[in-house]
Ligand binder design. Structure first.
Ligand code: ACM
Ligand code: ZN
Length: 543
């Protein structure tokens, strides 16, 4: 009888574990493969880190800084397995896997074993470990064990931030990079210049910042246009000068900060349109000669760089030469979007260029412009990315296309065997509304991209034939800031949509499950609360 009771009790306890095993872990993005285990690793200041290869030191240091900041202790780093006590053991696979971004994490009560080829994979493994740590500060941190084998679905996992329309401090940009790192993003697209402000110091052209980084005031609310297309007299302005830029030292600091988190910064230097702030400083590179003022309203200016003037290209090459010294990544984003052609149509130099180069029209001139800049950047060992308008008039030979006007441009580019990054307005523009009840939302540019639509997004279009799939590098969330005036606003619009997109970019498609994601997000929200992030809370009440 006793035996039967014992048997029954153990069956019950197995059953309890089976239930427990289903306990939702607050992991975002969900790993590729994970088996939860009936074990617990207790991390404390008695635990050690066993490291046999110094190349992982930066990631170990990152973990120790995190532990110290959040729990008040660091772990000693040793090179042999300790005789007693538990430890984190970082080792490499026997043979190279060719996947520097993957990691294996095997856990039991004695050890957390990371098998990683590279610092990148270890960094992602550490992010997973951090998400498993309890929130409360304690001397002993109980970590639920699991065996995890993880790797990303896409190589381009990007977030964008517009720092031209509104300026965000270096500290705020670093916070944004921290949020990206938490969700295993690896590309920060830094929108540094636009009609409304030039935000990067260029030593050779100091007026870009002394003039171009300032605007005398900013429109209040949405601009109105008269029937003839002229700005409406009803527009109201705040009368407040607005300014801000990053010194080259600031830029280097941000780039290094991102690099330590395995995030490459992709600078965007807009041309030939969206360039009024630069032309306010150097009007000689426009078609009309100016004068101009940095734009004080939202929308697109008619005045753009003159494509008929060789000195425009020399000016831009000088700028790009300083830019590539600051940003070590492979890509420079050269914009290319929304370039109005009115000035080119009326400009004798631009028209002469069209004739001399036997170009078809102004679209051909846009293609000439981008191709000439591409040639310069390629000669410096860099690749260009442009918005999908760079398809108009013919794609520059090596360009990567960012598809934003839907997926059409992405499909066309992939069919032409060009790399593509998907960031269609729906659902990748995080400046769009996330709730239908606009009265309860901060003013936004328009659109409707709720979190479930972001989660459901599949960057590789079903209509793209299979041979084109490899050109889809990944996707990106874009945060344009015409109507986002401060960093709390950036947090509100990007969080938690950034979390939802991360799972689209990282987790295998067949492992994704929206209901399960929301359960994990509800747990993860406690971390966001602890970090004091101003995230949007619609998911807490939505079914
Ligand atoms: C864009 O949104 N103009 C790329
Ligand atoms: Zn011109």
């Amino acid at each position: 009888m006793k035996k039967i009771v014992f048997l029954l009790l153990s069956l019950i306890s197995i059953n309890v574990f089976a239930q427990d095993q289903l306990k939702v872990l607050p992991l975002i993005p969900l790993p590729k493969e994970m088996k939860q285990l009936d074990d617990e690793f207790v991390l404390s200041d008695k635990s050690k880190i066993v490291l046999t290869n110094d190349k992982f030191k930066p990631e170990v240091e990152y973990l120790n800084i995190y532990l110290n900041k959040n729990y008040g202790f660091t772990l000693p780093v040793i090179s042999d397995l300790p005789k007693e006590g538990n430890y984190i053991y970082i080792t490499q696979p026997d043979a190279e896997t060719g996947h520097p971004d993957s990691y294996t994490l095997n856990m039991n009560q004695n050890q957390l074993l990371f098998i990683v080829e590279n610092g990148e994979g270890l960094f992602y493994g550490i992010q997973t470990l951090i998400q498993l740590l309890p929130l409360e500060k304690a001397a002993e941190l109980k970590i639920p064990c699991a065996d995890i084998n993880d790797a990303p679905r896409y190589q381009w996992r990007g977030m964008h931030l517009d720092c031209s329309r509104h300026f965000f401090s270096k500290q705020e940009v670093k916070k944004y990079i921290d949020y990206m790192a938490m969700y295993k993003y690896n590309r920060f697209h830094w929108h540094l210049v636009d009609d409304q402000g030039w935000r990067i110091e260029i030593k050779k052209y100091p007026l870009l910042t002394s003039i171009g980084s300032q605007r005398k005031e900013t429109i209040i609310g949405k601009p109105k246009w008269d029937k003839d297309g002229k700005p409406s007299k009803d527009d109201k302005y705040d009368g407040q000068p607005y300014r801000g830029f990053y010194t080259q030292a600031d830029i280097k600091e941000v780039v290094a900060y991102a690099m330590a988190r395995h995030i490459t910064v992709v600078p965007e230097i807009e041309m030939p349109g969206h360039s009024l702030a630069a032309l306010a400083a150097y009007p000689q590179y426009s078609c009309t000669g100016g004068p101009f003022e940095t734009y004080t309203k939202w929308g697109v200016s008619d005045d753009v760089y003159c494509a008929g003037n060789d000195s425009t290209f020399l000016f831009l090459e000088d700028i790009l030469s300083e830019v590539i010294d600051l940003f070590p990544g492979k890509y420079v984003h050269i914009g290319g979007d929304e370039c109005l052609k009115e000035r080119w149509k009326a400009c004798p130099k631009c028209q002469k260029r069209i004739a001399d180069e036997k170009l078809k029209d102004e679209n051909g001139l846009q293609s000439y412009f981008i191709t000439r800049i591409e040639k310069y950047l390629n000669s410096k060992g860099r690749q260009i990315i442009g918005w999908d308008e760079i398809l108009d008039g013919g794609l520059a030979p090596n360009a990567t296309v960012m598809s934003w006007r839907g997926i059409k441009g992405g499909l066309a580019a992939a069919k032409q065997k060009h790399d593509v990054i998907m960031t269609p307005g729906q659902p990748c523009y995080f400046d769009h509304y996330q709730s239908k009840d606009k009265s309860k939302e901060p003013l936004a540019i328009g659109g409707f991209n709720p979190i479930d639509s972001v989660y459901a997004y599949n960057p590789t279009p079903m209509t793209l034939p299979e041979e084109g799939w490899k050109y889809v590098l990944g996707a990106q969330g874009n945060v344009w800031t015409e109507y986002i005036i401060d960093f709390k606003g950036v947090e509100y619009m990007s969080m938690p949509r950034m979390a939802a997109l991360s799972e689209t970019l990282w987790t295998p498609k067949d492992k994704k499950n929206y209901k399960n994601f929301i359960e994990r997000l509800k747990l993860h929200a406690k971390t966001l609360d602890k970090m004091n992030v101003n995230y949007a809370k619609h998911f807490l009440t939505k079914k």
